[in-house]
Design a protein around this ligand. Structure first.
Ligand code: TMP
Length: 250
């Protein structure tokens, strides 16, 4: 059985990552007719639960000057890496092995962009070295002030990283980390998330579709033309978009 593809969606808080991940899942399930699983980090597992209480500023420790502070940034980075390995073991890898497309709302790139506010990026890469590389990462690029407006509309509490000056730096870290990952051959697409939803979704689908509809990626059997016949242009019914034709190589 072909392995499933692993797709990650990333962006600063308020960029629309969760909304777009849900929409993409719907598209993969209903238009591409593929088995698909949506998941997120931090997870709902034991380490993810601890991370969430830290992000909500409900866990901390008295510092040397007696002030109550959040936990050491290196410890938090290790927790994110531990949560990720647990996530891979109990959820992501078994699904991929079973041929399911996995869409993950945040993954290693979040650690490289957020934890590098306080922690050396090389070390972050080392502690995440056992985590697999996604087949595709999509970064939703939204100006930090626009993201702030969206957050203010959606929530009443402010989490650890949800301050615009911090997120400005996180956005710069994303771009730097993406440059480096691309130089190493990883597939990362930047999508302008500051546009009407329909346009954003169209671009996300355009990035994802080639990965999921190659013969190896789709898991669907496609008819081979008889030997000697010219290449055909074929439309697959599940694509539901009659103008989108795919070249079928013999
Ligand atoms: P969210 O559930 O609203 O996406 O919030 C998760 C927060 O955790 C968000 O501020 C990004 C942050 N985060 C990290 O700092 N490092 C990580 O590795 C991950 C996965 C998330």
């Amino acid at each position: 059985m072909e392995k499933g593809k692993f797709i990650v969606i990333e962006g600063i808080d308020g960029s629309g990552v969760t909304t777009e991940a849900v929409k993409l899942k719907e598209y993969v399930a209903t238009k591409l007719n593929l088995p698909v699983h949506l998941t997120k980090e931090p997870t709902d597992g034991p380490v993810g639960g601890l991370i969430r209480t830290i992000l909500a500023k409900r866990v901390g420790a008295p510092s040397h000057n007696g002030k109550f502070e959040s936990i050491d940034p290196r410890c938090l980075a290790l927790l994110f890496a531990a949560d990720r390995l647990d996530h891979l073991e109990v959820d992501i890898l078994p699904k991929l092995e079973g041929g399911v497309v996995v869409i993950c709302d945040r993954y290693i790139l979040s650690s490289l962009a957020y934890q590098s506010l306080n922690v050396d990026r090389r070390w972050l890469e080392q502690i995440n070295a056992k985590a697999i590389t996604p087949d595709l990462t999509i970064y939703l690029q939204v100006p930090p002030l626009v993201a702030e407006r969206r957050r203010n509309q959606a929530r009443w509490h402010v989490e650890l990283y949800e301050e615009t000056p911090k997120l400005q730096k996180v956005a710069e870290n994303y771009v730097e980390a993406i440059d480096e990952l691309r130089r190493r051959g990883q597939r990362v697409e930047i999508v302008d998330g500051n546009r009407p939803m329909r346009e954003v979704q169209r671009d996300i689908i355009a990035a994802v579709k080639p990965i999921l509809t190659t013969r190896a990626g789709s898991g669907r059997k496609r008819p081979k033309p008889p030997a000697g016949e010219p290449r055909l242009n074929m439309v697959f019914p599940s694509d539901n978009q009659s103008e989108e034709k795919e070249a079928l190589a013999p």
